[in-house]
Write a protein that binds this ligand. Structure first.
Ligand SMILES: [Zn+2]
Length: 263
């Protein structure tokens, strides 16, 4: 019993491809990427502990984080940015064995910020949520390409999450908040682009479940895919325009759904 408890308190190890990316971020951009594990205890890289603890004192963030597997937190002081990647150990069972994909995704967001590519400004409420999904849709294109280049296996984890989400939709467990349609559209874009040239056995089941529950999101996803196909998103101006166009598609979707549900 004591042995088991000791094992559970030891955070999972860092995969090699992740260590290599962290070293590159530090060398190329001077960016440190401490990793902190949040469960019964907050532990991990000492230089990230205070930033993680401060962020977790915010009750809004705490509520959001309870539903997230991981998050990236940044803080700007005196003109320099500090970052920390925090992993939710309370949800460990949901990401166990997929550390590479989970950490790679968060490092990808830090990498884009370090390159100073534009990000949508966060505002509260419904629009804050739209801004988050807008940024994700556009940034995930570049993050997936970089993870492929680095040999980071990320599709297995996305596949698992999509299959879980298909099951939840079949059981009608998906959240019905005003942002759910935009969230679903963003996830749908991820799914279609990530598996455009890769096998995914659950594809038909997912598409059917999502089409039944969020039909309008599928149309918005198709519109977004058409819009960003072939764009050079590494170019900051192109990137910024893509963010604005995706935001406009997602806002129209959210507003339309609000009108419909208000009737
Ligand atoms: Zn993301």
């Amino acid at each position: 019993m004591m042995v088991l408890m000791a094992l559970l308190l030891v955070p999972p190890g860092i995969p090699e491809a992740i260590s290599a990316w962290r070293s590159d971020l530090e060398r190329q951009f001077g960016v440190k990427t401490p990793i902190v594990y949040v469960g019964e205890r907050i532990q991990g890289d000492p230089e990230g502990l205070d930033l993680a603890r401060n962020q977790l004192r915010n009750p809004d963030f705490q509520r959001q984080f309870a539903m997230m597997q991981a998050a990236m937190v940044s803080h700007r002081t005196g003109g320099t940015d500090r970052w920390v990647v925090i992993l939710n150990m309370d949800l460990y069972e949901s990401w166990k064995g997929y550390e590479e994909a989970l950490l790679g995704h968060e490092l990808g967001h830090i990498w884009l910020r370090a390159r100073r590519l534009p990000t949508p400004a966060f505002r509260g409420g419904d629009y804050g949520c739209l801004a988050v999904h807008t940024g994700d849709v556009v940034q995930h294109v570049l993050i997936r390409a970089e993870m492929d280049r680095r040999g980071i296996d990320h599709r297995g984890f996305l596949m698992k999450n999509l299959d879980d989400s298909a099951r939840a939709m079949e059981e009608r467990q998906a959240a019905g908040d005003p942002c759910a349609w935009a969230r679903q559209a963003a996830l749908w874009v991820d799914a279609r682009l990530a598996f455009a040239a890769h096998p995914w056995p659950g594809r038909a089941r997912y598409e059917a479940a999502a089409a039944a529950m969020f039909p309008e999101s599928g149309k918005a996803a198709a519109e977004i895919i058409d819009l960003i196909a072939g764009l050079d998103l590494d170019d900051p101006l192109v990137h910024r325009q893509a963010l604005m166009d995706v935001f406009s598609i997602l806002s129209k979707l959210a507003v339309r759904q609000k009108d419909l549900s208000g009737r």
